[in-house]
Design a protein around this ligand. Structure first.
Ligand code: CA
Length: 313
């Protein structure tokens, strides 16, 4: 059975690889890509999504521009220091022929989800501004979402943009709060999962470069800057793939080896810990769980899915 996906994304680097995985996966159909503020310049993110679709989709995938700023217009910074100025490893790919849709991403999200209650899987791989706005704008939306997978926060680890916060939750903590308290009960895949289970080592990039497919070439090019960044700043031995491992889990739940129901909230009042995801591991608050938290993933399974696509099989 074909699964219908909507990908909400701040398209840069790993976002594009995640889109590639979904576009190439046989029983997945990407019905829309919605763009949200985050990693790099908004219009560049739109172009990055359009380019990825043009290169790898075998069917038409509309790209809808959404929120250009977080809900409360908080200040944030781009992650171009991770992904390069264009968000795509500074390859400055040519402009795609396909142009973005006129319709706003939030409108597209509401229309699609409400047109097929329970059918859509949304993979949210950027700040949650679009998803939160859809929840606030339409009272049926939250009820009608089939599955929501969120790359954001962390369960067991630490932040990556501040000591306390993972980037997506930090950019728009208010949106993350809306989503967590919406009743949707998302699957949360945190930065800790990316660090532990998604790293593709530098030597492997050199090997992938020899595979000779368009997909492999794209992977290596797009991740060029990330490999440099991780080596210099985080000390990780290769590129990290938070969005792609979230996508792999959305495609095949068994990529998540351990998922636990937890009550999760996000800090949005403090400057020091803005965007920090607070997971009630012990249930000390006695609150009903609102998220299915990923604690462990299957590194080998993730790799085999990604590499299958990169080998063009
Ligand atoms: Ca992202």
């Amino acid at each position: 059975m074909v699964k219908h996906f909507i990908i909400d994304t701040d398209t840069a680097g790993d976002d594009a690889i995640s889109i590639l995985l979904a576009l190439k996966w046989p029983d997945v159909k990407v019905d829309a890509i919605t763009i949200v503020c985050g990693n790099v310049d908004f219009d560049q993110q739109v172009e990055n999504a359009l380019y990825t679709v043009e290169q790898f989709a075998s069917y038409h995938v509309p790209v809808y521009p959404g929120a250009r700023r977080p809900l409360l217009m908080r200040n944030w910074k781009y992650a171009d220091y991770v992904h390069g100025k264009d968000g795509m490893g500074e390859n400055y790919f040519p402009r795609a022929k396909q142009r973005p849709e006129e319709k706003h991403a939030v409108k597209a999200l509401i229309e699609l989800v409400n047109s097929a209650p329970g059918e859509y899987t949304i993979v949210a791989q950027g700040p949650l501004t679009n998803i939160a706005t859809a929840i606030l704008a339409d009272r049926e939306f939250a009820k009608n979402v089939g599955q929501l997978y969120v790359m954001g926060g962390y369960a067991d680890g630490f932040g990556n943009v501040t000591p306390a916060a993972e980037y997506n939750f930090w950019v728009d903590p208010d949106a993350a709060k809306v989503v967590l308290h919406s009743g949707i009960k998302p699957v949360l895949v945190g930065w800790d999962i990316a660090v532990k289970y998604s790293v593709v080592e530098e030597e492997l990039h050199r090997e992938i470069a020899t595979w000779g497919t368009k997909e492999a070439e794209f992977f290596v090019k797009v991740n060029r800057k990330v490999v440099e960044y991780e080596k210099k700043v985080t000390g990780l031995p290769g590129s990290t793939h938070p969005d792609t491992i979230t996508m792999a889990i959305a495609i095949d739940r068994s990529v998540a080896k351990r998922l636990e129901w937890r009550y999760v909230d996000v800090e949005n009042a403090s400057e020091l810990t803005r965007g920090m995801s607070v997971v009630d591991h012990l249930g000390v608050l006695g609150k009903e769980p609102n998220a299915l938290v990923c604690y462990e993933a299957d590194k080998e399974k993730f790799r085999s899915m990604l590499f299958k696509v990169l080998k063009g099989r």
